[in-house]
Design a protein around this ligand. Structure first.
Ligand SMILES: *[C@@H]1O[C@H](CO)[C@@H](O)[C@H](O)[C@H]1NC(C)=O
Ligand SMILES: *[C@@H]1O[C@H](CO)[C@@H](O)[C@H](O)[C@H]1NC(C)=O
Ligand SMILES: *[C@@H]1O[C@H](CO)[C@@H](O)[C@H](O)[C@H]1NC(C)=O
Ligand SMILES: *[C@@H]1O[C@H](CO)[C@@H](O)[C@H](O)[C@H]1NC(C)=O
Ligand SMILES: *[C@@H]1O[C@H](CO)[C@@H](O)[C@H](O)[C@H]1NC(C)=O
Ligand SMILES: *[C@@H]1O[C@H](CO)[C@@H](O)[C@H](O)[C@H]1NC(C)=O
Length: 929
């Protein structure tokens, strides 16, 4: 404040002589300058509606009359400032009750929208500006409660205080909402979207109202019919109020002739849509009724809405709907639309988004007439047949074409090319064999040609076409045989997984963040120039023939989150240079020939979740020091030469998040590590939030791990979070099994087989209610099988063979599914299924207690329903089942299967993109809120 005053003094002194202009409106000049001084300007302070802020106040100075300043308008006669338009001006700061703004008492129009007044409350002082007819505080970062004094501004014709993109920080009480509507009788535009109002909608609205935007405000109850009778109403946005219901008027609406936009997405319809809708709302250009639980058919009369341009609906497409002469955007993506896509009768379409439905049949020929088409997305449907490139070759405006995952095969009978402005092309699983049709497209940014039949090498002309703009290239699952280099200076995501690539590892440009080239036949060493990729986040080189040492410098790529080099021929030591700044989340070096110790510097990788060093030649003791990593969830050290007892550590909270520990096939000795079992917090509680099938990784990369399930090794391609494994098998552990193991109630797979364990099976094992696979075979265990085990209802695999167990086998639903080989090689076990001479030997009905996934590969009905099942919650053994399904993906990878998974994931991604797109579309013609 003091600073501002001094500034003003300087300003005055400097202009003492020359500035006559300052005198007539001295007070308002001072107020405006003070107002200017209270903010900093950030030209990059971009907001939702303001992609390019323009700093109007920068040019304000006293060399000119303030009435000529940018954004300032004065009354011609009185000279008072009556308009202040500072929308989208990059202002950053706060507006409090002392702000000089409130001295501009003659203001009629005030626009402060799209700035950053974070932490400002809307001051009650706004009510001093009693001449205001227009007040615009749209998306400008205000928070807190909107003061009731705003309803004193009785001349207001337009009030915009929406806040969607800053989160729900503004509130309006029910009472103030009602007085606002009661008092503001001149109101024409009311825009309060995103504000938490949580009220019913009052009955009385200004009859002048033309625009009512109350999207996402928590309104509930029934929309008063009177709204639909407001004579001048043009725009109604009441969507995303999920507790709001609507009944449309049965008879003619008063506003029906004027209504241009009706957006009720997510509002509950208590009735069918009336057939009359299409007859009355003759001016309608935009209609959004998606997510409304519409019952019954969409009325055919909607085809009479001849001015419609934007349409968001669920359900089936009424015939004629897509042929409305003025329709230019149709977004019905991710619905349940089925049947064929009819021919388009008009040629006015600009955007067609129909991905994620069950549309079938051939693509209509009339697509080729949509000369102004910019976006066509038909991925994830059931379209079939040959689709010739010539269908699109004349659509000169086409920017996005997306046909992935249908049953179509792309042909190019006339040797034509796709339009040159194409920036996004998605043709996954379209039987693409060659690239000739891309000869003209030299502005591509995203190209997805995965799961096709492309052979050989990528031609030079293609690289030079892609060089200027391509940032995402997915050619995974093809038959490419060589890629010498990847000359893409803008590369961001490069996916060449599962091809037949030979030769040495190509290194993409240093802008690359995700680089996947696993499952090929690459040879030679990993060049240390790979460490120049300083933006790298994920690197997947798994399953190749790479040899030599791992470059030391990997430890220095601080952006790297995933490093996967499993199943190669790498030798030498593991890099020892992992630094504190490391972002490493997953390190997988399984199945190489690595030697030496586990590098202690891994303890610097505080974000590490998955560490798989299995199947190497490491010689070390148990890395108890890894226990300090707060996020470590998966630790596999199987098949190495790790040795010695696993010693106690005094540190509290070791391995707090560990869910998978696999130490099998080493030479650990001594007693089973009770000290370790004492920690392992994540295995001691069953976390209900783990119910959804979350797995490690993301859409681009999923961690995988090899574990023994039901006695044989399986590569689990996705590791579910709820997967919990303790595998200490095939070591030299001795002594008794500590009963504390029974505390690890979240364990699903417990394998202590092939050790020298003695004594009894602890009855506490009966508490392992989640256990699905339980293996104690090949030890020296004696005594009886504790009766408590009969209560393990999730158990689907049991192996107690080759011990010295005696007595009666417990009987229970799950125990009736095991065969005698679960018990063979003991000293004297009796009862079902081994013999009949235990008294309690009844055959129980096992029908309704089917165990897990018995024969995983054959259970095809389960496969098709697995997402359903996964989302509904788990039955017994399902965890293992899901993992096995993911495993199938990696081996058999039938296309239909890939499709289910990719589709599921795309839905999530698409959902996001759809939202962005909608925002973009609506911004084009106003905005959605
Ligand atoms: C309506 O506005 C007047 C001032 O114009 C104010 O005195 C009155 O309290 C307001 N009424 C309500 C209900 O807010
Ligand atoms: C509305 O469309 C139907 C066909 O869906 C047509 O029979 C009817 O004549 C149209 N009515 C008007 C008023 O255009
Ligand atoms: C395509 O767009 C141009 C320019 O907007 C317009 O003049 C032309 O009529 C449009 N063509 C069709 C078939 O709608
Ligand atoms: C297709 O056309 C290009 C020129 O546009 C030509 O170089 C190429 O040989 C043609 N291919 C076939 C199979 O005719
Ligand atoms: C990427 O490489 C270019 C030249 O090859 C260099 O100018 C640039 O600084 C590098 N960027 C990073 C982030 O290392
Ligand atoms: C991998 O490449 C080597 C030669 O580099 C070759 O001998 C081998 O057959 C290839 N393997 C496959 C599966 O193509």
């Amino acid at each position: 404040m003091g600073y501002a005053v001094i500034m003003l003094l300087i300003v005055f002194l400097c202009h003492e002589v020359s500035s006559i202009s300052i005198l007539p409106h001295k007070h308002q000049t001072i107020s405006l300058l003070k107002f200017k001084q209270s903010f900093t300007i950030h030209p990059s302070a971009v907001t939702y509606d303001c992609p390019k802020p323009y700093p109007k106040t920068s040019s304000w100075n006293t060399s000119r009359d303030c009435c000529s300043w940018d954004g300032v308008v004065c009354d011609d006669i009185t000279g008072h400032v009556i308009e202040l338009d500072l929308g989208c001006s990059g202002l950053v700061g706060t507006i409090d009750s002392n702000s000089s703004l409130f001295q501009l008492s003659h203001l009629q129009r005030l626009d402060l929208s799209s700035n950053y007044f974070s932490n400002s409350h809307i001051s009650p002082e706004f009510s001093k500006l009693s001449s205001l007819t227009h007040l615009d505080l749209f998306e400008s970062g205000f928070s807190g409660q909107i003061p009731y004094e705003v309803s004193h501004l009785s001349k207001l014709q337009s009030l915009r205080i929406s806040t969607i993109f800053y989160g729900k920080k503004l509130r309006l009480t029910t009472h103030d909402f009602k007085s606002l509507l009661q008092n503001l009788t001149q109101l024409r535009e009311l825009h309060l979207s995103g504000i938490n109002i949580s009220s019913t909608i009052p009955l009385n609205f200004s009859s002048h109202l033309t625009t009512l935007r109350l999207t996402y405000t928590g309104l509930y109850g029934i929309i008063p019919e009177s709204i639909f009778h407001l004579p001048n109403l043009e725009i109604i946005f009441l969507g995303f109020n999920y507790k709001l219901s609507v009944y449309f008027p049965k008879t003619k609406w008063n506003s029906s002739a004027s209504l241009l936009e009706l957006h009720l997405s997510g509002v509950n319809f208590s009735d069918n849509l009336p057939e009359s809708l299409g007859y009355h709302l003759t001016s309608l250009r935009s209609l959004a009724l998606d997510g409304c639980n519409l019952r019954g058919p969409i009325p055919e009369s909607l085809s009479n809405l001849t001015r419609i341009e934007y349409l968001f609906l669920d359900g089936t497409i009424p015939p004629g709907m897509l042929s409305l002469p003025s329709l230019n955007t149709i977004d019905l993506s991710n619905n349940h639309l089925s049947g064929p896509l009819e021919d388009f009768k008009s040629n006015s379409l600009i955007s067609i988004y129909l991905e994620g439905n069950q549309l079938q049949g051939h693509l209509p020929h009339s697509i080729q007439n949509q000369v102004n088409l910019t976006d066509l997305t038909l991925s994830f449907n059931n379209f079939s047949g040959r689709v010739d490139v010539s269908l699109f070759s004349n659509l000169k405006q086409l920017g996005e074409l997306s046909l992935s995952y249908n049953n179509i095969s792309l042909t190019n009978d006339n040797n034509v090319t796709l339009p040159e402005f194409l920036n996004t092309l998605e043709l996954a699983a379209c039987e693409v064999k060659e690239l000739e049709f891309l000869r003209s497209a030299n502005q591509l940014q995203r190209l997805d040609l995965s799961n096709n039949k492309i052979q050989g090498r990528i031609p030079d002309w293609a690289w030079s076409n892609w060089m200027p703009s391509l940032n995402t290239l997915n050619m995974s699952h093809n038959m490419l045989s060589s890629v010498d280099s990847i000359p893409l200076p803008l590369a961001d995501i490069i996916d060449l997984r599962s091809n037949l690539l030979q030769g040495s590892l190509p290194i993409p440009s240093n802008s690359t963040t995700f680089f996947f080239i696993s499952h090929n036949n690459l040879t030679g060493e990993i060049p240390s120039s790979i460490c120049n990729l300083t933006s790298l986040i994920m690197l997947d080189l798994a399953t190749n023939n790479l040899r030599g040492e791992i470059p030391q410098c990997f430890g220095n790529i601080t952006s790297l989150q995933v490093l996967d080099m499993r199943h190669n021929n790498l030798s030498g030591n593991i890099p020892t240079t992992f630094i504190n700044e490391s972002s490493l989340r997953s390190l997988n070096l399984h199945g190489n020939k690595l030697e030496g110790k586990i590098p202690r510097s891994l303890a610097n990788c505080k974000d590490l979740e998955v560490l798989d060093l299995g199947d190497n030649h490491l010689i070390d003791t148990f890395p108890m020091w890894l226990g300090t990593l707060p996020k470590l969830q998966v630790l596999s050290l199987r098949f190495n030469e790790l040795h010695g007892p696993i010693r106690t550590s005094r540190i509290e909270k070791m391995f707090p998040e560990l869910r998978i520990i696999d130490l099998s096939y080493n030479v650990f000795s001594g007693n089973l590590p009770s000290c370790l079992f004492h920690h392992l917090k994540a295995m001691r509680t069953i976390d209900p939030s783990m119910e959804a099938p979350r797995y490690f990784g993301n859409t681009y990369y999923q961690d995988s791990i090899t574990v023994a399930i039901k006695g044989s090794d399986r590569e689990i391609v996705r590791i579910l979070y709820l997967y919990t494994v303790i595998d200490l098998s095939s070591n030299k552990f001795r002594g008794q099994i500590p009963s504390i193991v029974g505390d690890l109630i979240a364990v699903r797979i417990l394998n202590l087989s092939q050790n020298g364990l003695q004594g009894h099976i602890p009855p506490s094992f009966g508490d392992l209610s989640s256990v699905e696979s339980f293996d104690l075979s090949g030890n020296q265990l004696s005594g009886e099988i504790p009766q408590q085990l009969a209560s393990l209802t999730s158990l689907s695999f049991l192996n107690l063979s080759h011990n010295h167990l005696q007595g009666c086998i417990p009987q229970g639903p799950q125990f009736h599914t095991f065969e005698s080989n679960s018990y063979e090689g003991n000293d004297g076990l009796r009862g079902f299924p081994v013999s009949r001479n235990c008294t309690d030997d009844r055959v129980l009905d096992t029908n309704d207690t089917a165990s897990g996934l018995d024969d995983e590969e054959s259970n095809s009905e389960f496969h098709s329903n697995f997402w359903k099942g996964a989302l509904m919650g788990y039955g017994s053994g399902l965890c293992i089942g899901l993992s096995i399904i993911y495993f199938m993906l990696s081996t058999g990878k039938p296309i239909w299967f890939a499709r289910i998974i990719v589709e599921m994931e795309h839905k999530i991604m698409r959902g996001r993109r759809k939202k962005q797109r909608r925002q973009r579309n609506h911004r084009r013609r106003n905005n959605h809120f």
